[in-house]
Design a protein. Structure first.
Length: 479
């Protein structure tokens, strides 16, 4: 059993036993082996699994399918997702299949896959894999094999710690929400010289306090309380599979990931003038307007939301880094290897603090120009119609611009249509509408560099256009 809707744009997610069972996981392995053959990639693959109760069983079923399909499997055992990506390089293995549901609630499973390091599958590969698996378009082939790679997490940690320790004494809350990252984050950060306060780092797949998701308010509130109680310099929160990192500053305030991206771009572009950065279309307009980035000659490329899309764009443009509002950050050499790794992100943040010994995390945040931004807001819109609705919204804004019709009381200055539509008016306020990649909903974000009132005015104007489409339902949250 494999439910077709589990094949998303850039990874796979299912409710275990309701939407996929172990025979389905074996079929997925057979299908993946066939896809590797079609892609002309040697059928050699790294597998790993997160700490959920059923993940090891799913991985072994997947492995059985891969081997039956002629693939040679290198099993790194319990891991965070970036360890599996690292293993592609360290073991010189072309493909990867990491069994994880990331930060999804208990009961979910999934697989993150790739066959061209450092990138992961995009929509075309995922659609073809779905068709192979659902159609049973695979068969048994000779040549499969299996090896377990012992002590691989130690090899990964050794790679990240073969560098000088932080030049500044830093007290760091490492928050893991009882997810898999808890097995490794305190050890890694301690090895680099940080004083670590471990928060919910004991592995517990029931997630007794909150889901390990650094965008979840329960996790952020726990991080803020720990910072205030311990007077830490920063709290770093890792999601369930360790490829994202969230930040709470020394005053207990959450800093959204796109603003962290601006801070890191400021810091890294001092060391690498004229650097290029890729950011997703949900991200703050400061990437385009920040005077410090302009002074450092930074080039910014706004691109499609989604870790697979941004990762690929960073590779193709040879950008120094890519930043996604969800907290997936991608660092190319000399900082990283191009894939998203929450621990590499954490190290980059702590290096930034070390290079600014006279400033706190809150000080660095206050140095940014002020903007007023909404959270990510998602009105319901059925999967069957959401892309058509998004296309109609794009066409509506294009027609408004062509006619010189104002939006939120001002002329439309710019339309960006690489992923839905991001419409910017004369004073720099902007609104984004796009179809969600993995849920029956649209995605709406607004921001103003002028005032909260202008941010709210932009939301009302964008929402008015959305309401011209009866298929658009209620929001999950609004400003």
């Amino acid at each position: 059993m494999v439910k077709p809707t589990g094949f998303r744009e850039y990874d796979a997610r299912w409710l275990f036993e309701e939407e996929i069972n172990l025979m389905g996981a074996q079929a997925l392995g057979l299908g993946l082996a066939r896809l590797l053959k079609e892609l002309g990639v040697p059928r050699e693959i790294v597998v790993g699994h997160d700490f959920r109760r059923y993940s090891a069983s799913i991985k072994l079923a997947l492995t059985a399918g891969l081997m039956a399909g002629g693939a040679k499997v290198s099993d790194i055992g319990l891991a965070i997702t970036p360890m599996a990506y690292f293993a592609q390089f360290a073991l010189d293995t072309p493909a990867v299949a990491m069994v994880t549901a990331s930060h999804n609630e208990n009961g979910w499973t999934g697989v993150k896959m790739g066959a061209a390091r450092p990138v992961t599958f995009g929509p075309e590969e995922m659609a073809r894999l779905r068709d192979i698996v659902i159609g049973g378009d695979y068969g048994y082939e000779a040549g499969g094999g299996y090896q377990f790679v012992p002590d691989f997490p130690a090899r990964y940690i050794a790679d990240l710690t073969k560098r000088p320790k932080f030049s500044r004494r830093l007290k760091v809350v490492a928050a893991c929400g009882n997810g898999t990252a808890g097995a490794f984050a305190p050890e890694l950060l301690s090895a680099l010289g940080a004083e670590v306060i471990a928060l919910d780092c004991d592995l517990d797949f029931t997630f007794p306090r909150y889901n390990p998701n650094p965008e979840d308010l329960h996790m952020l509130h726990a991080m803020a309380a720990a910072v205030k109680e311990t007077r830490a310099d920063v709290a770093l929160g890792f999601d369930g599979d360790g490829d994202r990192c969230g930040v709470v500053d020394n005053e207990g305030k959450e800093i959204f990931a796109d603003k962290i991206g601006v801070m890191l771009a400021r810091d890294l572009s001092k060391l690498h003038p004229n650097a290029a950065f890729v950011v997703d279309v949900k991200s703050t307009g400061l990437f385009a307007t920040d005077p410090a980035l302009r002074a450092n000659g930074v080039k910014i490329d706004f691109w499609k939301t989604g870790h697979s899309h941004i990762k690929r764009r960073v590779r193709d443009l040879k950008a120094l880094a890519g930043f996604e509002k969800s907290g997936h950050f991608f660092f190319n050499a000399p900082v990283g290897r191009g894939y998203d790794d929450g621990f590499v992100t954490a190290i980059a943040i702590l290096d930034m603090l070390a290079r600014n010994p006279e400033k706190s995390m809150a000080d660095l945040y206050r140095d940014l120009p002020k903007t007023w931004a909404s959270p990510t807001m998602s009105p319901h819109c059925a999967d069957e119609v959401k892309y058509a609705v998004a296309d109609r919204v794009v066409a509506r804004f294009q027609a408004m611009q062509a006619r010189g019709e104002p939006l939120a009381g001002q002329p439309i200055r710019d339309l960006m249509t690489v992923n839905g539509v991001r419409v910017t008016v004369e004073d720099g306020a902007w609104g984004l509408v796009r179809a969600s990649s993995n849920k029956p909903e649209l995605v709406v974000v607004v921001e103003s560099p002028v005032s909260e009132a202008r941010m709210r005015a932009m939301f009302e104007a964008v929402d008015a256009v959305l309401r011209e489409n009866p298929e658009v339902g209620a929001y999950n949250q609004t400003i």
